[in-house]
Design a binder for this molecule. Structure first.
Ligand SMILES: C[S@@+](CC[C@H](N)C(=O)[O-])C[C@H]1O[C@@H](n2cnc3c(N)ncnc32)[C@H](O)[C@@H]1O
Length: 221
């Protein structure tokens, strides 16, 4: 699970800002149908709450690319969800192959926010987003994992290997934001929280390390 991901459409309060309308025009979309992206909206974002945790859809692209390219996922042993800053829950289909091009990914995400689902040419649902805002707590109750394991530089010192070995059948939660820490609401859902390195890492690196150790632990079991 990628949680509190910095993935959302441009919020209403900055939709009229010149940087936002200019970028939307280039994409041929309404401002509210474009993704909030610090690369284009840096100045306009200053007035947003939690600005340091928002506007980085590329983190979700990198993180999903990492998770969905693993044998664990391609062989059907990993279920992937994205929870966004705005409390939307995205369910990723088991067979999803994500576009490697960021621009195609951006288009896909814009369609997902607009339509609530992305389908293949054959009509199979590839990604789905709840129509209503959902909570992470509701998703966890529905999935009912053995444990909910938070990964954070502020967690108990461990290694990716130990975390994977001790927590089979768990839901691993990695933050999909660039700076800061999980909100208190998210932290209360964790049964335990581990740090796998003495420094802060990028989300995709944490995902790569933990999933590789999960693969090894699975083979050894
Ligand atoms: C760029 S970091 C967010 C910044 C945050 N200050 C941090 O270091 O955790 C993105 C995510 O990667 C994971 N992460 C980063 N460093 C980690 C570490 N040393 N151990 C475990 N997870 C880590 C966390 O889930 C974090 O939310």
């Amino acid at each position: 699970m990628i949680a509190e991901a910095a993935l959302e459409c441009v919020p209403e309060e900055i939709a009229g800002q010149p940087a936002v309308t200019g970028h939307a025009r280039k994409l041929g979309r309404k401002p509210a149908e474009t993704l909030l992206d610090r690369s284009y909206h840096h100045a306009a974002m200053k007035r947003l709450p939690d600005a340091h945790k928002r506007g980085r859809p590329d983190i979700v692209h990198f993180s999903l690319m990492e998770a969905l390219s693993t044998p664990l996922f391609t062989q059907g042993h990993l279920k992937v969800y994205v929870h966004t800053y705005g409390d939307r829950i995205i369910t990723v289909a088991d067979n999803l192959r994500l576009p490697k091009s960021y621009f195609r990914f951006e288009g896909l995400m814009q369609s997902l926010f607009r339509d609530g689902a992305v389908k293949s040419d054959e009509g199979t649902v590839l990604m789905e987003m709840e129509k209503e805002k959902g909570t992470l707590a509701d998703l966890i109750s529905e999935v009912a994992p053995g444990k909910v394991v938070g990964l954070s530089s502020a967690g108990v010192e461990s290694t990716a290997e130990q975390v994977a070995r001790k927590n089979a059948d768990s839901m691993f939660i990695v933050g999909g934001f660039p700076k800061g820490h999980f909100s208190d609401a998210t932290k209360t859902l964790f049964n335990c929280t581990y740090s796998i390195e003495s420094t802060g890492l990028e989300a995709h690196v944490v995902i790569a390390r933990v999933l590789y150790e999960c693969e090894k632990a699975r083979r050894a079991a």
